[in-house]
Design a protein around this ligand. Structure first.
Ligand SMILES: [Mn+2]
Length: 257
């Protein structure tokens, strides 16, 4: 049985008529399929029973990248700048509720860019809301070149899941973000940074769970390092844990939001 990998969709406001629509970059679908999983786009319905039912069906989840989280949704102050482009409340709420249900079931989770920040915030961590303004000596993380280009180095912690994926403690990755994780939430650890110290990857400390949050976009560089390997790892883990999952755990932090 192949692993069923749920992928959440973005909910955007159409510029031509102001109506909400759902979208997903095909690169996520292709990446899961090439890695041996069954990609499954999850229709966003903000209903608790529906979300719980979806979480019961999937073997793994991908939260794709997206726009910026409005920290006011989480009781924090917003730093507004010209680079700030907020994700819709509809997407944020759906993703937040599904991630909660996925965490309590210990379903393998790959969270990309916005997704990594969402998981981190949910678990009580904090984010840098704008790297250029708040970390002026950081190098440029919002690349001017194609989003597929690997533009900076990656320094990876030994013993991490990411270290196994990259087969070492050094990598090259793409970089199309102006925000980043600032401090990690409960049960999370930093497993990779850029040379300037900006956090590029977080993982769970729970040895029984697979949770990988990446600041770069593996789906945009499938045939380079840090690309398809990431999805292969997720699908392998989702297949392995499919039959082993049992019982739910309580997650510190998520009950408060
Ligand atoms: Mn970066």
């Amino acid at each position: 049985m192949k692993a069923l990998i749920g992928i959440t969709v973005d909910i955007e406001v159409a510029s031509k008529n102001g109506r909400l629509y759902s979208k997903c970059y095909q690169t996520y679908v292709d990446s899961v399929f090439r890695a041996g999983g069954i990609p499954f786009l999850i229709a966003p319905v903000n209903d608790a029973d529906y979300i719980s039912h979806v979480a019961d069906q999937i073997d793994g989840l991908v939260i794709p990248g997206g726009d910026d989280i409005d920290p006011r949704f989480l009781g924090k102050e917003l730093y507004e700048c010209e680079r700030y482009v907020p994700v819709t409340r509809e997407r944020f709420e759906f993703d937040r509720r599904l991630v909660h249900d996925v965490l309590v079931r210990r379903i393998p989770l790959l969270a990309v860019c916005y997704g990594a920040q969402l998981v981190n915030l949910m678990l009580g961590g904090d984010i840098i809301q704008d790297i250029p303004d708040m970390v002026p000596d950081a190098h440029r993380h919002q690349s001017d070149t194609a989003a597929e280009d690997h533009t900076h180095d990656l320094i990876i912690e030994e013993g991490s899941r990411l270290h196994k994926i990259f087969k070492g403690s050094h990598g090259r990755i793409n970089s199309v973000h102006h925000q980043a994780v600032k401090s990690v939430g409960a049960g999370l650890k930093v497993t990779a940074r850029a040379p300037d110290g900006i956090i590029e990857a977080i993982e769970t400390e729970d040895p029984k769970h697979y949770l990988l949050g990446l600041q770069w976009h593996p789906e945009r560089c499938p045939f380079k390092e840090g690309g398809e390997d990431v999805f292969v790892d997720l699908v392998r883990e989702a297949s392995r844990s499919k039959s082993q999952r049992a019982g739910r755990v309580s997650i510190t932090g998520t009950d408060t939001i």
